[in-house]
Design a protein around this ligand. Sequence first.
Ligand code: SF4
Length: 388
Amino acid sequence: MWQDILKQQRGPSPPRLTVEDATELYENADFNLLRSAALERRRIVNPGNEVTYMIDRNVNYTNVCTINCQFCSFYRPPGHRETYTQTYEQISSRFSELEDVEGVRVLMQGGVNPDLPLSWYTDLIRYLREHHPSIALDCFSPIEIEGIADVCGLSTLEVLTELKHAGMHGLPGGGAEMLVDDVRLDISPKKGSAENWLRVMHEAQSLGLTTSATNVFGFGESRLHRVQHMERIRKLQDQALEKGWAGFTSFIAWPVQLESNVFGRRNRGQNKLLLGAGPTEYLRQVAISRLFFDNIRHIQGSWPTMGLDIAQMALFGGADDIGSTMMEENVVSASGTDKTCALEVELQEAVRRAGFEPMRRDSDYNLLETPNVTPNVSEFPAPPPLQT
Ligand code: SF4
């Protein structure tokens, strides 16, 4: 019964949650009690009143992709008239914009572009390190690493090693979606099995690259599937920690966005009520992830998909981080969300209004000096004129 499981989970040394017990809590636990247990755990794991955030930006360097995930509206197949690949100079100019606002990290992801050799990536990393030495480069999700390996005929470990030598700092956690093959092979058949994502992450961790874990959910899968996804990540994290590696810094989940999934083949259509997730479901997911991951310290609230108000609520149900400013986002937003950038002041205000203290961090969750940014109304878009 969920009451007994939740009772065991309260206090400083609870037993590790099994997949079955976590699923029972996910499905049946009282919403408020579940979230209160997750908040209690967050306060034990991350004592103090700080909620962290990062000043960073996304760069989506190419939209050419051969993988054709069914939920994706961002990619274009090779030869399509809307394809693009940014030049080094274009990418660099985005870094300069980030430097202007004291940003510390760029998350660079794109499609699996068969026309770009390994040297394009290593030269890019070297170029960016030379021109923007203070920005950490978290680049290329596991499926992109696999794509590069295919193009150049090296193993993924060899590709990661070359990228690290060029100056890459870490890997984005993207592309995990659901690490349960029944679901994964249905929504992204060309992405290959969950094992591939896990293997590339394990290799990256072995090289000391910074990694995070993600979960896109709401494809019509069961809650058991979602917990099984977490279980695969928890096991990999156990292996990393046993070897003395840093492992995943954090876990971030968000529901799939399909509102304008016109290019991707999976859209809401008749399944409107079954796909994605509303606020209650999302907040249950955050709470379960906090209780389930006894070996990952940071749980992030997702404002780009859920909005700042729900991200704020996630802080009261297990999350200790509110993400980053992003400045630009083209992948998720292509399928629905329209807020793709947050001002630092917005993140700080959301955190403060929830009763926490906002704190800047870097990609490795080191705390940084944090100015108290005061709202400046001129930075916000003007409201529409009143209709009379
Ligand atoms: S989600 Fe990534 S891998 Fe899948 S089609 Fe879109 S760009 Fe390609």
